[in-house]
Design a protein around this ligand. Structure first.
Ligand SMILES: Nc1ncnc2c1ncn2[C@@H]1O[C@H](COP(=O)(O)OP(=O)(O)OP(=O)(O)O)[C@@H](O)[C@H]1O
Ligand SMILES: [Mg+2]
Ligand SMILES: [Mg+2]
Length: 652
């Protein structure tokens, strides 16, 4: 599409009045971590993602079809699109300022809150552009609109002058942002051409309606200094490229696109591609509105649910009884998958948008993929058979391994000296067993009655365990609480840790829903992270989510995780008769066994959070420990709080 065609299509309603202001700018330079997850290399590259995402949003909304990304010799970055251009007319709320200035100098100013100017955008907070501006020692924004070229310059978030007309732009429109990251913030970190190249290329795969041009003045010896990306083949091409010639069970990947509008009468779509291979570990890369979500989220949960249900149903259809044993774990092991969804008003965890939290996405993606998968399996019986056999094999292997461990556990249990206060479960196999690490003895009381004796064990911990990050390893061995814990788990510390010795399937930290509880949980997580990391990697560590409130109305009883949920329910009503009675649990000990079981312990009704670590980014893990254990308790608490609200990775 040539530029002028796009110009004619642009609706007249996208102007300053579509930009809403919710709050003022200030803390970005003081606390960059809050907005871009740190000040390291990953955070630096996130600046480019923010500006590029804004151009991608223009493209996905149908207003731009070309984006140029350029890395200059001085490490400044330019991102240019041929979209509508950021509005430059005076903003209705601040008549003395242009919308451009409001957008770049105000947090929470944006055109993506209402869905009027954009339908399914990656941007949603109205924060990205202003954050990049605040963290750049120089930023120049040029807007070509109405045949005129406008420009405004900034330094560290402060305008150096008003927006000015700098020339004519008869055949051009769009936004050009050039910024230079502030070394006061990012220190010695510099842009890496290879990293930029990779993320830009993936953007082009995610939206075939855009052409992205890459240019770099810096030669790293491996990355092309110029390239043009346009991939009409979308995700299945991307998957083929990513799998890099590995042999696969299906001849062609199972891939497709479903338009939610057509199918469910709601805006958005999902695109996916998956194939299984014997020759490498599986992976899943997920995106929402072209924003990478390395930690997955609801769209990913929906995707795996569709695949799992589909393959099991197919197994039943062809009379393969063993298909019923397949779990999500088996699917993931050799499955290489890409999932990209576009939804309206996505909810992410944090400004770096690592995880999608929109509940709706799970149902939409699952339903969309499920139909297609059933048809695909039925149509290509050769591939379907090969995949089914492979997955059944994986399931059997997994069960055999577990069996071996169970036998080991039995004999290990006899030999082991178990701590006196451990309330063990009666099952003598590891499969399906859980250890609840509970805070305080009083909680232990109701937990004892609430537990399932066969599969649920309890270990009450008294007081706060040693702040192990500060302690030398030699001190660890002499700490009584830590000794009890490692004995109960059946494992050694650090290099002596062997995951096969683990005596339980799930280790669940269950602490009060208050600051102290959060502190203890973070101490424990840090301890596990530094001493028993493979246990976290293999997905054995969980946080329980005890509720904070109980609402009773006549015979009706409901529980709420936090203040917000309580208020919402009080407003909506809970469907009982008479007055609503609110009780707040000060700690686990205040809950009776029935409450505790129903809300926190019973696998049928509880919520659990699986503790995970983002492996991709080396900077990340350090951050986690720092955030959990650093000098600021409020950050720790925030971490727990943020995560405690997220319940997408529900217990099954
Ligand atoms: N390249 C662009 N073309 C057109 N409008 C833009 C462009 N970049 C930014 N905008 C406008 O500026 C607003 C603010 O951008 P900003 O990145 O600060 O927030 P956002 O994209 O709304 O949300 P997020 O903080 O999640 O990125 C956008 O909502 C959009 O209206
Ligand atoms: Mg944005
Ligand atoms: Mg903004």
């Amino acid at each position: 599409m040539p530029d002028d065609l796009l110009t004619q299509d642009a609706p007249a309603t996208y102007d300053a009045s579509s930009i809403e202001v919710l709050e003022g700018l200030e803390p970005v330079r003081k606390r960059p971590g809050m907005y871009i997850g740190g000040t390291d290399e990953r955070a630096l590259h996130h600046l480019v993602a923010e500006v590029l995402d804004n151009s991608m949003d223009e493209a996905v909304a149908g207003h731009a079809n070309r984006i140029e990304v350029e890395l200059h010799a001085d490490h400044a970055m330019t991102i240019r699109d041929n979209g509508r251009g950021i509005p430059i007319d005076p903003h209705p709320k601040f008549p003395e300022k242009s919308a451009l200035e409001v957008i770049l100098c105000t947090l929470h100013a944006g055109g993506k809150f209402s869905g009027k100017a954009y339908e399914t955008s990656g941007g949603l907070h109205g924060v990205g552009a202003s954050v990049v501006n605040a963290l750049s020692d120089s930023m120049v924004v040029q807007v070509a609109r109405d045949k005129t070229l406008y420009e405004q310059r900034f330094s560290r978030g402060v305008p150096l002058g008003p927006v000015e007309k700098v020339g004519a732009a008869p055949n051009r429109r769009g936004t050009t942002v050039t910024f230079h990251a502030d070394a006061d913030i990012f220190g010695h970190h510099k842009f890496k051409p290879a990293r930029l190249f990779k993320s830009i290329r993936s953007k082009a795969y995610l939206f075939s309606g855009v052409e992205i041009r890459w240019k770099s003045a810096i030669d790293d010896g491996e990355t092309p200094q110029e390239a043009t990306f346009h991939f009409p083949g979308g995700l299945s091409d991307y998957l083929r490229e990513t799998m890099n010639g590995a042999s696969t069970y299906a001849e062609a990947p199972f891939s497709g696109t479903v338009d939610f509008q057509q199918k469910f009468r709601t805006p958005g779509k999902v695109e996916w591609a998956i194939n299984w291979t014997p020759s490498r570990d599986g992976f899943l890369q997920s995106y929402c509105n072209t924003v990478p979500t390395p930690e997955g989220g609801t769209h990913v949960a929906g995707f795996w649910a569709a695949i799992l249900k589909g393959i099991k149903a197919y197994g039943e259809l062809v009379g393969n009884k063993k298909a019923a044993q397949i779990t999500r774990e088996d699917l993931i092991a050799g499955g290489c998958a890409l999932v990209s969804c576009f939804i309206r008003e996505p909810e992410f965890v944090g400004q770096t948008k690592d995880r999608l939290a929109t509940v709706e996405a799970q149902r939409l993606v699952e339903n969309a993929v499920r139909d297609h998968f059933d048809n695909w399996l039925a149509a290509d019986t050769k591939s379907a058979g090969a995949i089914l056999d492979f997955l059944v094999l994986r399931a059997e292997e997994r069960m055999r391994r577990r069996q071996e461990k169970e036998t080991q556990r039995k004999s290990a249990t006899k030999k082991l000296r178990l701590p006196g206060k451990l309330v063990d479960c009666s099952s003598n196999t590891r499969e399906g067993t859980e250890l609840f690490i509970v805070e305080g003895d009083s909680a232990g009381g109701s937990a004892k009655m609430a537990r399932d004796r066969k599969t649920q064990a309890l270990l009450p911990l008294r007081g706060k365990i040693l702040n192990v990050l500060g302690a030398a390893s030699s001190k660890l061995g002499s700490n009584a609480e830590i000794n009890d814990l490692t004995q109960a788990l059946g494992v050694g510390l650090g290099s002596r840790f062997n995951i096969d010795d683990l005596r339980y399937d799930r280790i669940i930290i269950m602490t009060d829903a208050d600051v102290d509880g959060a502190h203890i949980a973070s101490l424990l997580m840090t301890f596990f992270f530094t001493q028993m990391r493979p246990m976290i990697d293999a997905g054995h560590l969980y946080l329980a989510c005890p509720p904070l409130f109980r609402l009773t109305q006549g015979a009706k009883r409901v529980y709420c995780i936090d203040e917000a949920e309580k208020n919402e329910l009080l407003e909506k009503g809970i469907g009982g008769k008479g007055k609503i009675d609110v009780s707040r649990f000060k700690g686990l000990g205040e809950m009776d066994a029935k409450d505790l079981k129903e809300t926190t312990m019973d696998p049928a009704s509880r919520k659990l959070i699986r503790v995970t670590i983002d492996e991709d980014e080396p900077g990340e893990t350090g951050d986690l420990v720092e955030r959990l254990m650093g000098k600021k308790p409020e950050l720790r608490f925030q971490y727990i709080q943020e995560n405690a609200r997220f319940v997408a990775e529900l217990d099954v």
